[in-house]
Design a protein around this ligand. Structure first.
Ligand code: FA5
Ligand code: MG
Length: 447
């Protein structure tokens, strides 16, 4: 359903995506056929895929909270406007996330969403129209990024938000819900140890809210997300106990870190200690009043929170999936290992050997003829040519010639298939294409 011809060399006048024709823009258009081919996979809708199983667990936990109902939106298409993804959320005009090196653009106005927050406006608007107070969104999101075992240009997020009116009755209800969340948190057999964020500047709180309202929003947000962490990770710990694993943690460590997002204030990230590392799983905060007003709410009428949680890294950890590419495989030996509602451990069906190729080149002298090359462009070239046969691409050497001042880079590409053996001839052919593309598109000089 997608056709782009020779996008890697020249940008066609228009792109045909799922029956819709988009005018291209040579200054922006950087989507590729291999990326567009992923836009209809909808892994989050497959209830027996690790991503779909995890989505179900979290949705179910939220929707079985007493007295809350979250409207769910799981079918938004990934092509959104620049306004939805950035402007509606108050991203400054010069925010790095907007750059063509980080984001996949269809043209100057249209792009592949980089986060589920792109749909906050329409969801806030929808729950307002339906007299509802909360929503959940799940979707695939797209970012130009490096290539390795934990990075893929597509991943999945779940967005959530909850609002309250400001009457004493509603605030009382909010206070009661916090108590209920605290109670629910005590029901888990695994103890959760929470480290609070460092104290932060009180001016990050919004002036329209009372101090009490701000603290209630914050407490409800934090306890809700701690509950999700408890639900998901205690399921994992229970399954480890059944298998008599030797590395069962006796408590679950969670920490809050203050951060900033353009559309929430104050804002935090939640991290979980797992396999000797802090895993960042979610960004969140108290929704800025402007966002609610943009969605049609009367000024100062509501208070509430929003979060955006990454599903892929949690799924990899829960199901013990060693390489993120496996989430995208169509191999039955992968898919038959997972069932709706169950956290099973992935058993590698075989490990096929990889093969390394190095490419070293001089960057061209600054010239008008070629665009400057960004690391993500190199990633993109390799991904377009070799697809899921690339395991990783790493910069292994960087050198500045003392006399000519020219810069040389060396990248090491590890080719390895998840599903089959690869041949040297096949990889040589792919690497030749990569080299050719580097030369013809960016004017580098191979060493
Ligand atoms: C966001 O995307 C914000 N939209 C989150 C948000 C929503 C904040 C609502 C406030 C209110 P961030 O870029 O940090 O933030 O991504 C959120 C989560 O997605 C991260 O915590 C992480 O779990 C996951 N994530 C981010 N980048 C990647 C990636 N390249 N691969 C896999 N997961 C990722
Ligand atoms: Mg982050």
């Amino acid at each position: 359903s997608t056709s782009i011809s020779k996008l890697s060399h020249s940008v066609p006048k228009s792109l045909e995506i799922n029956g819709v024709s988009y005018q291209s823009d040579p200054n922006f258009t950087n989507v590729t056929e291999s990326i567009l081919n992923l836009t209809d996979r909808s892994l989050h809708l497959n209830e027996s895929h690790p991503i779909g199983i995890l989505r179900n667990i979290i949705e179910h936990r939220f929707n079985s909270l007493p007295g809350s109902h979250f409207a769910t939106f799981n079918h938004f298409k990934p092509i959104v406007t620049k306004w939805q993804n950035f402007d509606s959320l108050g991203f400054p005009k010069d925010h790095p996330g907007r750059s063509v090196s980080d984001t996949y653009y269809i043209n100057g106005e249209t792009l592949l969403r980089t986060h589920t927050s792109a749909h906050e406006q329409e969801c806030f608007h929808s729950i307002k129209e339906n007299n509802e107070e909360a929503f959940l969104i799940s979707a695939d999101v797209y970012r130009r990024d490096e290539i390795d075992r934990t990075h893929y240009p597509v991943f999945h997020q779940m967005e959530g938000a909850h609002l309250w009116g400001r009457s004493s009755e509603e605030l009382h209800h909010l206070e009661k819900s916090i108590k209920e969340l605290e109670q629910l948190l005590k029901n888990y057999t695994t103890k959760i140890v929470v480290k609070e964020a460092d104290p932060f500047d009180d001016s990050t709180r919004q002036p329209y809210m009372t101090n009490k309202e701000a603290l209630l929003c914050e407490a409800h947000l934090k306890r809700s997300l701690e509950l999700i962490v408890a639900e998901v990770f205690s399921k994992k710990i229970e399954s480890m106990k059944l298998k008599k694993s030797t590395e069962i943690p006796d408590s679950l460590q969670v920490r809050w870190v203050t951060t900033t997002f353009p559309w929430t204030t104050p804002s935090w990230e939640i991290e979980v200690w797992w396999n000797n590392d802090w895993l960042e799983i979610c960004g969140c905060g108290v929704v800025k009043e402007q966002v609610l007003r943009n969605a049609g709410y009367k000024a100062d009428s509501k208070i509430g929170w929003a979060f955006g949680l990454g599903l892929d890294r949690i799924a990899m950890l829960l199901f013990e999936i060693p390489d993120i590419r496996l989430l995208w495989t169509k191999d039955e030996r992968f898919h038959k290992q997972f069932k709706k509602g169950e956290i099973t451990t992935f058993k590698p069906y075989s490990k096929y050997p990889g093969t390394l190729r190095d490419v070293a080149f001089w960057l061209p002298d600054t010239s008008e003829k070629f665009k400057e090359i960004h690391e993500n462009d190199i990633m993109e070239i390799v991904r377009n040519i070799a697809g899921d046969l690339v395991e990783s691409v790493k910069l292994t050497d960087e050198f500045l010639h003392p006399k000519t001042h020219r810069k040389s880079l060396c990248y090491r590409i590890n080719y390895q298939s998840m599903d089959r053996n690869i041949t040297n001839a096949e990889i040589n052919d792919l690497q030749n294409k990569v080299n050719h593309e580097l030369v013809s598109k960016y004017g580098v000089e191979l060493r």
